[in-house]
Write a protein that binds this ligand. Structure first.
Ligand SMILES: *Cc1c(COP(=O)(O)O)cnc(C)c1O
Length: 450
């Protein structure tokens, strides 16, 4: 058996891992994973880790899922990839048809890219370019919400608002209009999510009123701001936003990269507000967590503004080398098959209830300010002072202590700052959910000591 150690040493010599201070790995070694099965990951010494965060929110139906594996094995001997300009393939066509069918009514065109950030770039560029093709060249700006996250490439980073990722690069980023968000963590003690979200919408409407002439689009993460500490808000906000965008002649971009494919309890979060955005961005769960792929779906109105003789120079000349990769499309089709065949959305209602029950005790924890849940996402806000919600100083890295302890107990949790969250694959069991909650409880108790 090769063991973990040789791989840890080789890794440390040549690799640079994402979103990581590499020096941390001097004292807390990276974990090389040999194989996965269902919710489990296994290292080279036989230690197992329950993947309670779906490997950064991408995995839906477990690792080494037999249905998705089967689809990929079948595809592999036929075609691995083909240029997607001038050429097409069955899986890409079929996936676009299905995405058009299952996303909100009105979205009728599918543009592929290869990761979430790229999808956001596509939506931003398409929106800007639509207005330009329509002669509205003064529309060059975007409105975004406080605490939002849309990816790491410069355009996506610019429309995001998580200081930890953004501030360093501020001199490189386009100027955006950032408005106070609907994040219900800040509501008054006796205020409902709906009342608070509605009240906060007035601030966005003011901004639209003031800037609509120069604004291309408003970009939002429907219902849950995931990277922004899993902060949540009410669907009324999206309803009001859709109406206001129509009123002021501004596009609505729904970034469902994290919340799509059942995470919020419905297949897409926009369904809970019964709205159709002008653009929806999908990635992460799209391939069941197997391969990088993203899609931007948009309306016929927008598509038609680009459709003309070549000499008019209105075409969307954006591409990525791996656009529409056929293996990724097959993984996505297999993922959608599982949704259809196994009544996943219906079953998840039960799982979400179990998750709520498993986490109920945290409400009374002396260092938990809030337990919040939207569908299959549950978050626990660990604070210094429960009553004032005073946070722990970030330098203390208490969330990191939770991470370390949970790993020692065979659970992969990866808190965002001091927010511990569960976002498991949908193949998780009741017993496993209770086990995760038990370990999280012990981990928090340790992390809040002195
Ligand atoms: C993860 C994420 C992105 C970026 O996707 P990548 O594939 O990591 O580039 C964009 N928006 C949201 C809401 C996300 O959660």
């Amino acid at each position: 058996m090769i063991g973990n150690q040789p791989l840890i040493e080789r890794d440390h010599k040549v690799l640079w891992h994402p979103c990581t201070q590499m020096k941390d790995h001097e004292t807390f070694p990276i974990i090389p994973i040999k194989q996965g099965q269902g919710v489990w990951l296994e290292d080279f010494e036989g230690n197992r880790y329950l993947d309670a965060i779906s490997s950064w929110w991408v995995n839906l139906f477990g690792h080494a899922n037999p249905i998705i594996n089967g689809a990929l094995k079948d595809q592999l001997d036929k075609l691995e990839h083909v240029i997607f300009a001038g050429f097409s393939h069955q899986a890409g066509i079929e996936l676009a048809e299905q995405l058009v069918a299952i996303t909100p009514e009105g979205l009728s065109r599918c543009f592929y890219a290869d990761n979430g950030s790229a999808a956001v770039e596509v939506a931003l560029k398409m929106s800007f370019h639509y207005w330009r093709n329509k002669g509205q060249t003064q529309k060059t700006r975007f409105i975004t919400l406080e605490n939002s996250y849309h990816g790491e490439t410069l355009g996506a980073l610019a429309v995001g608002n998580v200081a930890l990722y953004k501030e360093t690069y501020a001199p490189l980023l386009m100027d955006v209009i950032t408005v106070p968000g609907p994040d219900c963590y800040h509501r008054e003690a006796n205020e409902t999510w709906q009342d608070y979200s509605e009240r906060r919408f007035a601030l966005l409407e003011q901004s639209l009123q003031q800037h609509a002439d120069t604004v291309c689009a408003v970009i939002v993460e429907p219902l849950v701001q995931c990277a922004g500490n899993m902060r949540m808000y009410d669907a009324i906000y999206l309803k009001l936003l859709r109406a206001a965008c129509d009123k002021y002649g501004v596009h609505l971009i729904a970034d469902e990269i994290a919340v799509g494919f059942g995470r919020t309890g419905t297949l897409f979060a926009c369904e809970q507000a019964a709205i159709c955005p002008d653009f929806i961005c999908l990635s992460k769960g799209l391939t069941g967590g197997y391969l990088p792929l993203s899609a931007v779906l948009t309306t016929d109105t927008i598509y038609q503004a680009f459709y003309d003789d070549y000499q008019k120079l209105t075409a969307f000349l954006h591409s990525h080398s791996y656009t529409g990769n056929v293996l990724a499309c097959r993984a996505a089709l297999a993922t959608l098959t599982i949704f259809q065949q196994q009544a996943i959305i219906e079953n998840n209602k039960q799982l979400a209830k179990i998750m709520a029950k498993a986490a109920q005790r945290f409400n009374d924890h002396p260092h938990v300010a809030e337990v919040r849940q939207t569908g299959m996402i549950l978050a626990i806000e660990m604070v210094k002072n429960k009553h004032t919600k005073e946070p722990y100083p970030w330098q203390e890295r208490r969330g990191f202590k939770v991470y370390q302890y949970a790993l020692s107990q065979g659970i992969l949790l990866r808190p965002l700052g001091n927010v511990i969250y569960f976002m498991p694959p949908y193949v998780i069991t009741e017993a496993q959910l209770f086990h995760i909650a038990d370990v999280a409880w012990q981990a928090i108790n340790r992390a809040v000591q002195d």
